[in-house]
Design a protein around this ligand. Structure first.
Ligand code: F6R
Length: 247
């Protein structure tokens, strides 16, 4: 299958992130009450910084956003500095002045994680679904924490993290602290229900995953290849992450 979506190629990560921010900003400007799906991780920081700056200077009203995050580590409370809930409050929701009551993220310390995953799906549905989902890309092709082998029909659920994901994410944990072994993530089918998606992937470590997503077969070995069948995905790459694409 050929990749049917728009691909933007930036020179480097510093040029790529503002392009993702500008897509989101245009849609937030048109409808400040838009429902956005958000991601954590290193690639997203500059996107959030850009949006915060547009909010701070009055260009954009971020106060009415409704936001759902992709995933959370199982076992971490939202007050844990390594929890994605904590990261989102520090790097985006707090500085952007977004009402936390309008944000949602799976609870990593939920007493019943299976029920929590069901609550999360219902919460997205009750909000009317996601208008624009922001995605990063794992070095192994994961989206959210849907690791290779995940069913394209999967919904929000508890997953085991792949060893390479735990290795890649160890850089965000203090020395001596283990990366959790499990997470709650939106499923691939949940992600595919977003009306529009923007995927941002930069740097040489993502090159193989980018090539598999765009030029490989649509197969669970590369979870991101599921996006080939979505009606509207904007892919933003830099030269390094695009390096393994066929000419
Ligand atoms: C994070 C998430 C992950 C990351 C991916 C890339 O919420 O869902 O899929 O987007 O692991 O992470 P970075 O940007 O840290 O390389």
């Amino acid at each position: 299958m050929t990749f049917p979506h728009s691909i933007q190629l930036a020179r480097n990560p510093e040029e790529a992130a503002p392009r993702a921010a500008s897509l989101l900003a245009g849609e937030i400007a048109a409808d400040p009450r838009i429902v956005v799906g958000l991601a954590t991780g290193g690639s997203m920081r500059a996107v959030y910084d850009d949006l915060i700056e547009q909010g701070r200077t009055g260009v954009l009203d971020l106060g009415a956003l409704r936001a759902f995050n992709l995933d959370e580590y199982l076992g971490l409370a939202g007050s844990d500095p390594n929890a994605y809930a904590f990261e989102m409050r520090s790097v985006f929701f707090g500085p952007a002045g977004i009402d936390l009551a309008r944000t949602d993220i799976p609870r990593g310390d939920a007493p019943d994680p299976v029920a929590e995953a069901e609550r999360y799906e219902a919460s997205i549905r009750a909000a009317g679904g996601i208008d624009r989902q922001l995605l990063g890309l794992g070095t192994n092709g994961h989206i959210g924490f849907n690791e290779p082998g995940s069913s394209f029909a999967s919904r929000t659920r508890v997953v085991d993290l792949a060893p390479d994901t735990r290795t890649a994410n160890a850089r965000y944990f203090p020395p001596g602290r283990e990366v959790p072994t499990q997470a709650i993530t939106m499923g691939i089918a949940t992600i595919l229900e977003a009306r529009r998606i923007v995927l941002l992937a930069t740097g040489p470590a993502k090159a193989a995953a980018v090539a598999a997503m765009i030029a490989g077969p649509r197969h669970p070995d590369c979870p991101a290849s599921a996006l080939q069948a979505h009606p509207h995905v904007d892919v933003i790459l830099d030269v390094a992450s695009a390096a393994a694409l066929p000419a």
